[in-house]
Design a protein around this ligand. Structure first.
Ligand code: ADP
Length: 481
């Protein structure tokens, strides 16, 4: 702005000189002082003209300066208002220098703003990428079925997924940035996380088994604890991942039970066979009749052993999905009739009256004939085994046309099953103690029937029983339309 001040000062000095010269020529004694004759009044006119010219020149200078100043002010105000730099337009040479300097500054400032803008843009992009990566990591953690808990160096929860909230029964929305002891009520788990953080082992890992009391009961978890470090290798907290291994443990226990049950069941007939063979070798069978008895026992025990092994193999094949199922439209009634024909002689031996009420053979169901035959045979065989002499067995097949099902039931007038045993009769190796005297068995027959009906044929098995009055076992299957 210095240039405009100098312009104004010069204009005022010129104007002042012209005004003084003009005014002096008007003074009454001026002509005498200058030694001019009275006749020469032309000088006075000259003074007046000079005065007028100076006034006009002064006014024009002021107007010109004001116009430039106003334009500059407007342009600068515009820059302030919009925040966008536009080059100022140059006027006179002073103005041009001023504007040049200002424009240089503006250009530099503009460049800096542009650079800053670019910097901000790249920071914005980096932030977006970091946010996307964080969300991606969070989405992975949230979708993991294992419980995940992440804490910071102050033992505050930084991240937890729904599985963790369910396992430890806490409110996921309130967990973030809360101290671990306020989020978890499991003292042992808090201790484990603290110990891990205090151990400060970079990249260290600890795997332990831990039992947690959840809303769904006690569960066993494999807990993996890891220390995490930030980019500067400073400890950043602890990550705890809890894998529910309750089922795996149960399966392992079941396998152990199964193996010990199987070996026990196999050992019993084997021991019996061994004992009778030894007696025969030692000549303990005194006559031919006793010898025959021993042979029969050996044969029965060998058959039992064979049945036991077959049942175990069949069940494990079905359970593991290795069994080859050959399902075709079959007349259920034909299968039932075949089984009745095989069982009838055994029933006759005990004077058990057998009756049947079957739907016409045209009704079909999708079935693996051999397997379904095996299931019906097992149920009929049990009915004969657990029904005393002179009892009755009735076999029924009924249509439920509304639900498109065929229901087969086998009712006997046998010893019945106590209510406390009923829920377990389909379990492997389960035998009803009260009925053990009635017949020998393996406790695998009903388990196989259930697998054949439900796993292989997607049907439903049922049982009803009254102690001392009898039992009804049955199953329903879909009809082929
Ligand atoms: P088992 O080889 O011992 O017969 P199952 O699995 O076929 O094995 O049957 C399990 C138990 O259920 C049997 O030990 C028996 O006590 C009981 N049970 C099965 N069927 C009948 C029935 N019709 N009447 C009474 N009890 C039965």
């Amino acid at each position: 702005m210095e240039c405009s001040v100098r312009h104004a000062r010069n204009a005022y000095i010129i104007m002042l000189v012209l005004v003084v010269v003009g005014a002096f020529s008007f003074l009454p004694g001026a002509n005498e002082m200058l030694g001019r004759s009275a006749a020469s009044h032309a000088g006075s006119w000259m003074g007046a003209i000079l005065l007028l010219l100076s006034t006009i020149a002064g006014l024009m200078t002021i107007l010109w300066l004001r116009r430039d100043a106003r334009r500059m002010t407007t342009e600068i105000n515009e820059i302030i208002r919009t925040g966008k730099f536009a080059p100022l337009r140059a006027g006179t040479s002073d103005w041009a220098r001023l504007c040049g300097a200002l424009n240089g500054m503006i250009e530099t400032a503009d460049q800096r703003v542009a650079d800053a803008g670019l910097g901000a843009k790249s920071l914005e992009i980096e932030l977006k990428v970091a946010n996307a990566e964080r969300q991606h990591a969070e989405a992975i953690i949230y979708s993991i079925s294992d419980a995940v808990l992440v804490t910071d160096p102050f033992d505050e929860v930084v991240l937890a997924n729904e599985s963790a909230a369910r396992t430890f029964s806490f409110d996921l929305a309130k967990a973030s940035r809360s101290p671990i002891e306020k989020v978890l009520s499991d003292v042992k788990m808090i201790e484990l996380i603290r110990e891990m953080r205090q151990s400060n082992s970079k990249g260290g890992r600890r795997i332990i088994e831990h039992m947690v009391k959840t809303d769904a009961g006690e569960k066993t978890f494999k807990v993996t604890l890891s220390n995490v470090a930030d980019q500067g290798e400073n400890p950043a907290g602890v990550v705890a991942v809890l894998h529910d291994m309750t089922k795996e443990k149960e399966v392992a226990e079941m396998k152990n039970d199964f193996v010990s049950n199987v070996s026990h069941e196999l050992r019993t007939p084997l021991a019996s066979i061994k004992a009778y063979v030894e007696m025969l070798i030692d000549g303990e069978a005194e006559d031919e009749k006793t010898e025959r008895e021993f042979y029969d026992i050996i044969q029965n025990e060998a058959n039992r052993l064979g049945r036991l092994i077959d049942n175990i193999l069949n069940i494990s094949r079905i359970e593991s999905g290795l069994v080859k199922v050959n399902k075709q439209p079959q007349s259920l009634v034909m299968i039932v009739k075949e089984a009745i024909d095989v069982i009838a002689p055994q029933a006759k031996l005990k004077h058990i009256k057998m009756s049947e009420q079957l739907v016409p053979a045209i009704y079909q169901t999708m079935a693996d004939k051999d397997m379904l035959y095996q299931a019906v045979l097992n149920l009929l065989s049990n009915a004969v085994k657990y029904t005393p002499e002179n009892g009755t067995i009735s076999v029924q097949t009924v249509l439920d046309e509304g639900r498109k099902k065929v229901i087969t039931s086998i009712s006997d007038s046998g010893v019945g099953i106590p209510p406390k045993d009923l829920p377990f009769v389909f379990d492997k190796f389960y035998r009803v103690e009260a009925n053990n005297r009635m017949a020998k068995g393996t406790g695998l027959g009903l388990s196989l029937v259930k697998h054949i009906v439900e796993t292989v044929h997607r049907g439903r098995i049922f049982v009803e029983s009254n102690v001392g009055k009898g039992t009804t076992f049955g199953f329903e299957l879909d009809l082929v339309e």
